[in-house]
Design a binder for this molecule. Structure first.
Ligand SMILES: *Cc1c(COP(=O)(O)O)cnc(C)c1O
Length: 385
């Protein structure tokens, strides 16, 4: 069955696994046990649902876009993750992991962040749960994302510069993992996407499954029990896409992940091991991980979650590149036609639909609007100014 459980070793077909230093194996195994147990416990699920409802603002609405549908010639539905607390889907995952960490008796959260959005989300959950929070961030990103650094500090988190390598996201992940090894007793590593060693890709997908489950039900109400023809989401590490795909994997809906052309891990399809699991990633001929480059800092991850690699390899999902220029156009298109300013990440999904409008003519297309664009307005002012 597609998008159910990985094997006991955390494998999705040829991908996934637990490739970590020996010192981290017990921590990953402990987490696997704890998550398995919590996820099967109705009281844990009820407590998380309560938080998602009363704190994060779920369920998020499904919006039918009359104007955009008319403009593109297909029926467009948006899943509104932009309306969640902190402005994106990321809150689903951090609330789940923070609640799990509390249940495991941990008192500290450590996280990595690139653009700063996952750092802000983790700092938010840590504040809510009264936990200490340390966020690793590349020195280059700290300089580029000053506002999010300040937000994390406002929320009580400590931002630690990752000074190795290219001083960006992939280095922040390495340093967060290195720190975790030395403090596993007290600390949970709150990873930000469907990547890393088992159980993270599976666990993070399950915490985001709520996006797909809600959408499935909302679509059924709107479409007389039916499902959309196409489900589209942007892909960085792949967590918002995994969440919405999970709700439709058992249907015949076409699943599409929109990747930035400058970070198209699937497009370039080289399997390798990075950050604890086997997946597709961008690397040079010597196996060195390459820098991803995209207009949206939130998609600057050189790899993709292992389950997406599996979905791509088996043909269940398609992964398509979109260019920065197409994204800038889509960002403005949604703002003008629907009065919704999308996150630049989410604009990748809109861009793919707009670009493929001929192929999609007459179809019903569900787009995951993973986040809102307030954070990107300054950058767009420079871009368009
Ligand atoms: C972080 C982020 C993404 C990329 O992460 P995924 O794990 O690929 O979902 C996409 N959209 C928004 C709004 C984000 O903040």
């Amino acid at each position: 069955m597609t998008m159910t459980e990985p094997t006991a070793e955390g494998r999705f077909g040829d991908f996934g696994g637990m490739f970590v230093p020996e010192t981290l194996v017990p921590a990953c195994q402990e987490l696997d046990r704890a998550f398995r147990e919590a996820w099967a416990d109705p009281s844990f699920r009820a407590e998380l649902d309560h938080l998602l409802t009363t704190y994060a603002g779920r369920p998020s609405p499904l919006t039918e876009c009359q104007n955009l549908s008319e403009a593109l010639g297909c029926r467009i539905l948006l899943k509104r993750e932009d309306l969640n607390h902190t402005g994106s889907h990321k809150i689903n995952n951090v609330l789940g992991q923070a609640l799990l960490a509390k249940r495991m008796g941990k008192t500290r959260l450590v996280a990595e962040t690139g653009a700063g959005q996952h750092g802000v989300a983790t700092a938010t959950a840590a504040a809510l749960f009264g936990m200490d929070c340390i966020v690793y961030m590349g020195t280059v990103d700290i300089e580029r994302q000053k506002l999010n650094v300040f937000r994390m500090q406002l929320l009580g988190a400590e931002v630690r510069p990752a000074e190795s390598g290219s001083q960006t996201l992939k280095d922040a992940v390495n340093e967060a993992m290195r720190h975790w090894v030395s403090v596993v007793e007290s600390t949970h590593y709150c990873l930000g996407s469907v990547m890393g060693p088992h159980p993270y890709p599976w666990m993070v997908r399950e915490f985001h499954r709520v996006i797909g489950d809600e959408s499935r039900q909302q679509c059924a109400e709107l479409l007389d029990g039916g499902v959309p023809d196409v489900v589209v989401a942007c892909v960085g590490g792949g967590s918002n896409a995994a969440g919405i795909f999970a709700g439709f994997a058992d249907t015949d809906a076409l699943l599409v992940g929109a990747e930035p052309a400058g970070g198209a891990a699937v497009g370039r399809a080289v399997p390798g091991i990075v950050h604890g699991s086997r997946s597709y990633l961008m690397q040079d001929e010597w196996g060195q991980v390459l820098e991803a480059e995209s207009i949206s800092a939130g998609l600057d991850y050189p790899g993709i979650g292992p389950e997406h690699a599996h979905l791509a390899a088996t043909g269940r999902a398609r992964y398509e590149p979109v260019t920065d220029a197409e994204v800038v156009e889509a960002f403005q298109l949604l703002a003008r036609t629907e009065g919704i300013i999308p996150a630049l990440e989410s604009a990748h999904a809109i861009a793919w639909v707009s670009k493929c409008r001929d192929e999609l003519r007459g179809k019903t297309v569900l787009i995951n609007l993973s986040g809102r664009g307030d954070k990107d307005v300054n950058q767009m002012m420079d871009e368009l100014g």
